[in-house]
Structure formats: C-alpha cells, structure tokens
Unconditional design. Sequence first.
Length: 243
Amino acid sequence: MIPLGDSNPTQRVPIVNWLLIAANVLVFLFELTLPSRQLDRLFLNFGAIPNQILLAIAHPTQTPLTIWATLFTSMFLHSGWAHIIGNMLFLWVFGDNIEDTLGHFVYLIFYFASGLLAGLAQVYIAGASNLPSIGASGAIAGVLGGYILLYPLARVRILFPLFILFTTIQLPALVVIGWWFIQQFFYGIGSLSSSAQSGVAFWAHIGGFIAGLILIVPFIGRARRRRPTLAPHDAYEDYYRRF
C-alpha cells in the first residue's frame, strides 16, 4: 500500500517538513554525482556503523564526536531512488500533521529524537556489524507512530494493487500504518536469522515507531484541543475521551 495523501487539514505551513524533505533530496542528488568508490566512502564515513557505535557506548570518553554524529548524519543518506522516494513520500503525507500539532521547533526535535532512538535500536540488534546503516526511515517511523496515536481514524488515500492494475482507495490511518508496522515487525523477526539478511534496517523502523508512540503521548491533549479543525469526524470524540 502506497500512501498518496490524507484527509487531515493543517493550520500551520509545514516549513520544517518541507525543509527536511529538501535536505534529504539535495543530499541524494549530491550522492548521484559521486563515483561508486567515493559514494562507498561517504556511506562509511557518515553512515552509522553498529560496531563503532557499540564501542562508543562502551567507551564514551574515548570516542571521537564524529562517531556519535553518524547517528545524525546517517538520516540524510539513501541508497537509491526507491529508498529516497519511498521515505519522502511517507514524510510528505504524514509529517505535516505532526508538525501542525507539535509546532515547528518541537517537531524537529521529535523527528531527530525518533531517528536517534531508531538508530540505536538497529545498532543493538545488528551488534558487531560493520555495514553502515543509512536512511531517514527510522525518524519517519517515529512520525508514523505519532500519527497513528493522534489520528487513527484519519482517512488515508492509498495506491492499491488490483491484480495487474492499480486503484486508489481510502482507509483509516490505523489500518494503513498498522499494516505497515505489522510487516516491519515480522520482517524484523525474520532478519534475526543470519541467513535472512536483507540489508533493510527493519529494527530501526520498529524502534523509531515505538519511540514515536512514546514521545507523542505528552501532546495528545494538544491534538484534542485542535480536533475541530484537524479531526472533524464524530468518532474522534470517543477516542480522545479515553485520554
């Protein structure tokens, strides 16, 4: 299921979300200009290498800041067109509403905090791997975690395969994002087998999603106050009453 848009109007212009997308795209365009050897070096220097991060955690005072910084810089690197387009599409559809609820600055902190925690989750699972972990998907998974908790009933328009054709349908965010997370969870379990390594950081997705669920909790009241504009469905009244 490929999300194309949602039914959640916003009040704020999502400047930070646009800037994050622009930064990721610009870095990717820069990657395209590099020969393969230089691109590999870029990933090794600025990707988050689990073995190095684990050593940094074990010996924090002996670790250069550049190693810690890779948990941040890795969020702006992508391995190919499908990687960047998929990530930016999800960020475009779901990020604006989280920024609208949190405000520009807090949204930026939320995004990077989700990404950092996602990176640490992947590091813990990957262990002594020297394969650099790259991509914004961990931070974007945090955005999805926040969205599913704040707006589970919002309608999401998706591109859905129908035999050999595609059609668009609308489903609740709970279904769209919930199905995405179920897939990530089972893929993540499968990736624990050394014979099933895919190169996809599924545990960054899982860790980022859980981080987003937790980090968004203090802002549920703010979303409730904005509900008449952002979530006009009557069903939201019962949903928010539980909080």
